[in-house]
Write a protein that binds this ligand. Structure first.
Ligand code: NOJ
Length: 752
């Protein structure tokens, strides 16, 4: 090995001097802040007793519904420094009282951090996260989380348990509603946007919230879509699919990470050293703090991983868990575990540092209370406007046989169990949203005749059916707003059948028999199985749970003042039996073949076993979803030119430019989501049949031609194999550009 000489040292000194001279002032300031914070953390840590250190690791919950005075015992615990953070304290006077005790009477004046699940809005509710993912518009997602941060921080909430970054390939899972969908690239773009929005450009500002990337890791891989269930993952899936959005979140500076309830390959996430330390700290370089999910630390007993709470605390402490949510095993056992040599004391210091660092970064030491001039206003006009735009951009037009937009003067009959349910259209995780401030379709369409028909999505009372049918007969068009109540998706609300609940299909089928044009508008937390009656509908519009401004947005879309411009962030299954389904699957040795496929109805009686195509498909559901990933219609017409590439060879260190020209050939302005997919033909492990690599959402005025450019480098095609090796080998990559994952405008390039 080469020796380090004094000449080298001199050269190094000169090099560092030049680097220092070249460092931009903003980076210098950042570095100074970082050093400053680390010095303050060290100073504080040196003064803290072991009990006070353990106190910082405690996140204590209050139920949102808890009323009445704060118990003196709780205040006393804060006074002694036994609690570091709270969730769900929603009485602002309680927050102030607790914070006052912490900073004025607590041992070192360490402020508390107040947390809440502010997932897709605080008061002004935006579409559910799966809906926001359907917007394919990171800017809009950033605005939504900015609005949420402004409103929530105005009452003192400086930590939100969002964004949820769990990819999901199974719509049975109730939490698909909170997920960014099934694609790691789209999810990563959204992860950055959420974090920029929540955390802002300067986390010290009192209008920001620390974000929490959750749930680490692979919670969305729950077997069969059953919540909390086991995740079994190869290295390849873990690194290529489930990890990328978290990697992006860490790169974007996410403050905190939450562990997931599930086990990953046999080890519950909360006690999983591989994912909490080896991956999150060592590989991703995360320097914020990790919080467990609600009681997930002590649930390691039910998992059959820890024999009791003490052992659970030991496993979590050794694995890399900084803060414990609600359960109290760290409080009860951590000091004993350290005394017994089962957990190193340095580990406790490491956790306290991570938590204090985050509190300093949030500026809580300088400004522990909400300032009097905080600009956050609930339901501010620009918040409502942004929420309405978000609904329009999230809504996916799945079918339109020339029905929409409606001509002015059309006599509309509005019906269905989601047409006037303010609370329900907000969707899951909207503790602070208010049904009576929500604008429903009925509110927004006062001129439409309205009979609700069913008063909630599972309602089985046919009492209003006759009235519905009579009113429908007198109308030009029927708009049926159906779907799922908010409670039917979200945590622990998995469903095995994906059809419309209750007797909505009965009412729909009676309406269909009237032979009037009919639009089905869905408000739901997941794709719904509409396969049996899709052909009878003239239009199908998926609004997800749209939030506060669902009604006005629907009005604008119905009348063409706005164009639904969402695209599916998940494959839409034909039926639950097809799940899990995802577009970026592998080919298999026997990929489905349209020429050989014989559906169940067409199998000749007495057919010989091997006489029919032996490929990967279902006899009764085929091999494609009802609507593919990336799909969505618009009101306009856009033509794609061929995909052009600046070179057909890509080498390390260079980039290629891909170009496609779009022309709006229709008469109205229209929005298109242009999607670029790749297929690596052969790999050292098999590669997915398609992978999203880039997208752009563009609006084209009538007659406009626009050339879109995408730059790709070798890094875009690198992947992890089963040995954890990252890279790409020489070979051919097929590139496709189009309006969903099935389009085949392709070119190939060679990697050398
Ligand atoms: C449990 C959920 O899994 C998590 O997402 C949420 O943030 C916590 N509870 C706190 O409410």
């Amino acid at each position: 090995m080469k020796n380090f000489s004094s000449i080298d040292a001199l050269l190094l000194f000169l090099f560092l001097l030049i680097c220092h001279a070249c460092t931009p002032p903003s980076v210098e300031k950042e570095n100074a802040n970082t050093t400053d914070i680390e010095a303050k953390v060290d100073a504080l840590l040196a003064q803290m007793s072991p009990e006070e250190k353990v106190g910082q690791l405690a996140l204590r919950g209050r139920s949102s519904r808890e009323k009445g005075a704060l118990p003196e015992s709780l205040l006393e615990r804060v006074r002694r420094g036994q609690i570091g953070a709270f969730l769900n304290v929603m009485d602002t006077s309680h927050m102030r009282a607790l914070q006052r005790v912490a900073v004025e009477e607590g041992p070192h004046g360490i402020p508390l951090l107040f947390a809440r699940d502010v997932i897709h809005g605080f008061k002004t509710i935006f579409p559910i996260p799966l809906g926001q993912a359907a917007s394919w518009n990171p800017e809009l997602v950033e605005t939504g989380s900015r609005v949420a941060a402004l409103e929530a921080s105005s009452v003192g909430i400086r930590w939100t348990f969002a964004p949820m970054l769990d990819l999901c390939q199974d719509s049975r899972w109730g939490r698909i509603a909170e997920s960014p969908g099934e694609d790691p690239y789209l999810a990563s773009q959204l992860a950055s946007a959420y974090i920029r929005g929540f955390q802002g450009s300067d986390l010290r500002q009192p209008t920001t919230m620390a974000a929490c990337a959750k749930h680490f890791l692979a919670y969305g891989a729950a077997i069969g879509g059953r919540d909390y269930n086991t995740a079994v993952l190869s290295e390849e899936l873990l690194y290529n699919l489930y990890l990328p959005p978290f990697r992006t979140a860490v790169d974007q500076g996410v403050s905190t990470v939450m562990t997931s309830f599930n086990e990953v390959n046999g080890v519950p996430a909360t006690g999983n050293q591989k994912i909490l330390t080896d991956i999150l700290r060592d590989q991703l370089g995360f320097d914020g703090f990790v919080v467990s999910d609600w009681n997930s630390l002590t649930e390691m007993i039910a998992h059959g991983f820890a024999r009791d709470a003490k052992r659970a605390a030991e496993l979590a402490a050794r694995a890399g868990l900084d803060m414990e949510m609600t359960s109290q095993a760290y409080d009860d056992f951590l000091l004993d575990l350290i005394a017994e040599g089962l957990v190193p004391e340095s580990q406790l210091d490491f956790y306290v540092r991570n938590i204090l660092r985050t509190k300093f970064r949030l500026g809580l030491f300088e400004r522990p209370y909400v300032p009097a001039d905080h600009p956050g206003t609930f339901y501010a006009p620009d918040h409502l406007e942004a929420a309405k735009t978000a609904v329009v951009e999230s809504s996916v037009l799945l079918k339109n046989e020339g029905l929409l937009p409606l001509a002015p003067g059309t006599k509309v009959f509005l019906t269905g169990p989601l047409a006037h349910q303010g609370r329900e259209q907000l969707g899951t995780w909207t503790f602070d949203g208010e049904g009576d401030r929500t604008r429903t379709p009925h509110d927004a369409l006062p001129e439409a005749t309205f009979v609700e028909g069913l008063s909630y999505s599972r309602d089985r009372d046919r009492g209003q059916f006759a009235q519905v049918l009579a009113a429908a007969r007198r109308a030009d068009v029927i708009v049926f707003v159906g779907g799922e109540e908010a409670i039917l998706s979200g945590e622990a609300h998995s469903r095995g059948k994906l059809r419309l609940p209750g007797i909505q299909e009965d009412l729909l089928s009676e309406l269909i028999q009237l032979d009037k044009p009919i639009a089905l508008v869905l408000m739901a937390g997941r794709p719904i199985n509409v396969s049996d009656y899709l052909s009878d509908l003239d239009a199908l519009l998926m609004m997800w749970h749209p939030g506060t401004m669902g009604g006005p947005a629907l009005r604008e879309m119905l009348y063409g003042e706005a164009e639904p411009s969402g695209r599916l962030p998940v494959s839409w299954p034909r039926a639950a039996g097809q799940l899990p389904y995802f577009y970026n699957h592998k080919s298999t040795g026997r990929p489905a073949n349209p020429e050989k496929f014989v559906g169940i109805e067409d199998i000749p009686v007495g057919a010989w076993q091997s006489s029919l195509g032996n490929e990967s498909h279902y006899l009764d559901l085929g091999y494609t979803p009802l609507f593919p990933f990336g799909y969505g219609l618009s009101y306009g017409e856009v033509q794609y030119g061929p995909l052009e590439v600046s070179d057909t060879v890509l080498v390390e260190g260079q980039s290629l430019e891909l170009r496609v020209t779009l022309t709006n050939t229709g008469a109205r302005s229209t929005t298109e989501v242009v999607q670029l997919y790749a297929r690596d033909r052969f790999g050292r492990v098999t590669r997915p049949v398609r992978e999203l690599k880039r997208f752009q959402k563009v609006t084209l005025p009538p007659g406009e031609r626009q050339t879109l450019r995408f730059t790709v480098t070798m890094d875009d095609f690198k992947y992890y194999d089963s040995e954890g090796q990252y890279g790409v080998e020489s070979g051919t990559i097929d590139l496709f550009v189009g309006s969903d994952c099935t389009r085949a405008e392709g070119r190939s390039i060679d990697i050398r």
